[in-house]
Write a protein that binds this ligand. Structure first.
Ligand SMILES: [Mg+2]
Length: 221
């Protein structure tokens, strides 16, 4: 392992789904316009992931369509636990063993990421993610704007603040994951394609990895 640190994305990487898309299927359940709204959210997610709209814009637009509350979040957590990416599930022991060297950096939300990765031994202070804001009735009203991850370039800012040393590897499916390496904060960017393969992300990769297995193999060669 030497002094390797793993920066790992959550949505479409640690889990095989986009959490907010899944949250939408829960919060919009039973509504006549459900399908249309779920599609709207998926489209906004894609625009953001491809770098076509700003992240701030993407997050704001998705939260507005969601209309989710605390009870939907409680239902989301077990659903995410049953949608762990197969190669992460397969390498659960490795992740547990090296959890001190693993950081989950996501523009998703701590409210659902922390309990999911806790099952793999990853501590809350190794999860850097957004937090929701709620009204008095428990409805999600937005994201805490004090958190750098709620804004553009957020991943770069929080990795900078972490001040990690050693051989830093980034694993993710999105353009913002590549940007951590582009900013000079990591040695290698692994474009993770087990769940989704985005051309503009794959183009920038140090290595394209169809699963976590290839990352763990590459680190030893
Ligand atoms: Mg992702």
């Amino acid at each position: 392992m030497n002094n390797q640190k793993f920066i790992i994305d959550f949505d479409s990487t640690f889990v095989s789904v986009e959490s907010l898309d899944l949250l939408a299927t829960l919060s919009l359940d039973g509504r006549a316009d459900k399908e249309e709204k779920v599609q709207q959210i998926a489209d906004i997610t894609d625009l953001g992931m491809n770098g076509d709209i700003s992240f701030t814009d993407s997050l704001k637009r998705r939260l507005a369509v969601l209309e989710a509350n605390r009870s939907h979040l409680q239902a989301l957590i077990p659903l995410l636990k049953s949608n762990i990416s197969p190669s992460f599930e397969r390498n659960r022991d490795f992740i547990q063993e090296h959890s001190d060297s693993i950081y989950i950096i996501s523009s998703g939300f701590k409210e659902f990421i922390v309990p999911v990765v806790a099952d793999f031994g990853i501590a809350e202070d190794h999860v850097l993610a957004n937090t929701f804001e709620f009204d008095g009735d428990g409805n999600i009203t937005g994201a805490d704007q004090q958190n750098p991850l709620a804004g553009d370039g957020g991943k770069i800012k929080v990795v900078e603040e972490l001040g990690l040393t050693g051989d830093i590897l980034v694993i993710g499916d999105g353009y913002t994951d590549f940007e951590i390496k582009q900013a000079g904060l990591a040695e290698k960017f692994f474009a993770f394609t087990e769940n989704v393969s985005r051309d503009n992300v794959v183009e920038e990769a140090t290595f394209v990895v169809p699963s976590l297995d290839e990352v763990l193999f590459a680190k030893q060669t």
